[in-house]
Design a protein. Structure first.
Length: 388
């Protein structure tokens, strides 16, 4: 099969590699859409940071060149011997994160904080390939939501936004501010608005502010025209989500916090930041962290929200690119901060760029002219062997 293989900093090659061999608790997924995000771009440009290229990962066991891609979905084409409740041929998404199910965090429902957590595409082979071996515990069926096709490639990042929203204890009727309308911020705007909050989105880019309005933001703010505090002077803000991971974004979010409000730190900051704890104490503010998602609870809500959208998801992800263009038109633009798309999708079966098919057309089946994988020789039996 064809795959994008990471060998080191700035070195991703499109190669022919063996098709994955699944274990008894895995499924084999025919990948039909894989998102590329800022984490992937950072690994490409500055890594390996998390990818276990030079040292074996303690939980996943992987070491060496690796297939990235942790935001992916597709069809199940084979089942491991122990897998139940799934069927060959059905559409599904994976949360990509794998948890042990035994540690204290897993038992308390915080599988995202598992002491042995690892992620497909970050610590083991992921979805920038025609096929991927996926632990069945990370799979959520798409059929109950009447979704299939490209739109499922948005499920994992939307699930991250759902988890961030829930960490902030967002409630219908409240007012939320989202600082940064990027790959997660845009989905966060949509999730908050669909949950019944009034949303104010702040971003320097006019196009992204427009997308925020398309996704349900009641108001948008341009930082170039004045501080966020001025725009919020007549609003009772309950929760602020800082999604940029930048010092200006954090400063704006902290300044915008009124008394008793909550700040959710969504964006990952590369440097230590100073915080005025005196002001935090006197205003009785909260600062809340959020990490990844809890697949069993956040992913179903993500799929429900994807299906509920009455607009066009192509404002978020207009194109699906072939593997051959993943570096030139996906990773490099993201790493150099010149990407014009909120989300870039890769179709491992495509031979050229195409318009994405979402969401209404996805519910009717594959779009005319969309790429199709070749027919496989014979039906897959359940696999019991494990890759050495």
């Amino acid at each position: 099969m064809r795959a994008a293989v990471y060998h080191g900093r700035g070195d991703i090659r499109i190669e022919e590699v063996p098709e994955p061999v699944i274990g008894p608790d895995d499924v084999l997924m025919e990948v039909r859409a894989c998102g590329v995000c800022g984490t992937d771009a950072a690994e490409f440009a500055n890594g390996p940071l998390m990818l276990p290229i030079e040292r074996r990962h303690a939980a996943s066991g992987h070491q060496g060149p690796m297939i990235p891609g942790h935001e992916f979905a597709g069809r199940i084409v084979a089942l491991g011997a122990n897998v139940e409740g799934l069927a060959e041929g059905e559409w599904a998404v994976t949360g990509a994160g794998v948890w042990c199910g035994e540690c204290a965090r897993c038992r308390s429902g915080k599988q995202n904080l598992c002491v042995r957590y690892w992620t497909l595409g970050l610590q083991a082979h992921g979805g920038l390939a025609e096929y991927c071996a996926v632990p069945a515990t990370t799979i959520v069926r798409a059929q109950p939501y009447e979704l299939e096709g490209d739109v499922l490639g948005l499920a994992q990042p939307l699930s991250i936004a759902v988890h961030s929203m829930r960490q902030g204890r967002a409630r219908a009727g409240e007012t939320a501010v989202v600082v940064g309308v990027g790959g997660i911020g845009a989905f966060l705007v949509y999730a908050l608005a669909r949950t019944g909050l009034q949303v104010i989105a702040s971003d320097l880019d006019e196009g992204r502010r427009g997308i925020a309005r398309d996704l349900g933001a009641e108001e948008t703010h341009d930082p170039a025209l004045g501080p966020l505090t001025d725009a919020l002077s007549q609003r009772d803000v309950d929760v602020v989500y800082e999604v940029t991971g930048s010092l200006p974004g954090l400063d704006a979010a902290m300044e915008a916090l009124p008394t008793a409000a909550r700040l959710v730190a969504v964006g990952l900051h590369e440097q230590t930041r100073a915080i005025d704890l005196r002001a935090l104490t006197l205003r009785e503010n909260e600062i809340i962290g959020t990490n990844a998602h809890v697949c069993p609870t956040d992913m179903p809500e993500s799929l429900r929200l994807l299906a509920a959208h009455d607009g066009d998801w192509r404002v978020v992800a207009p194109l699906a690119l072939p593997l051959d263009l993943v570096v030139e038109q996906a990773l490099e633009p993201l790493a150099e901060r010149r990407s014009t798309r909120i989300k870039t999708l890769i179709d491992p079966w495509a031979s050229e760029p195409r318009q994405t098919d979402m969401p209404a057309a996805a519910r009717r089946g594959p779009a005319t002219g969309s790429s199709q994988p070749p027919a496989r020789q014979g039906a897959h039996a359940k696999h019991e062997e494990v890759e050495p």
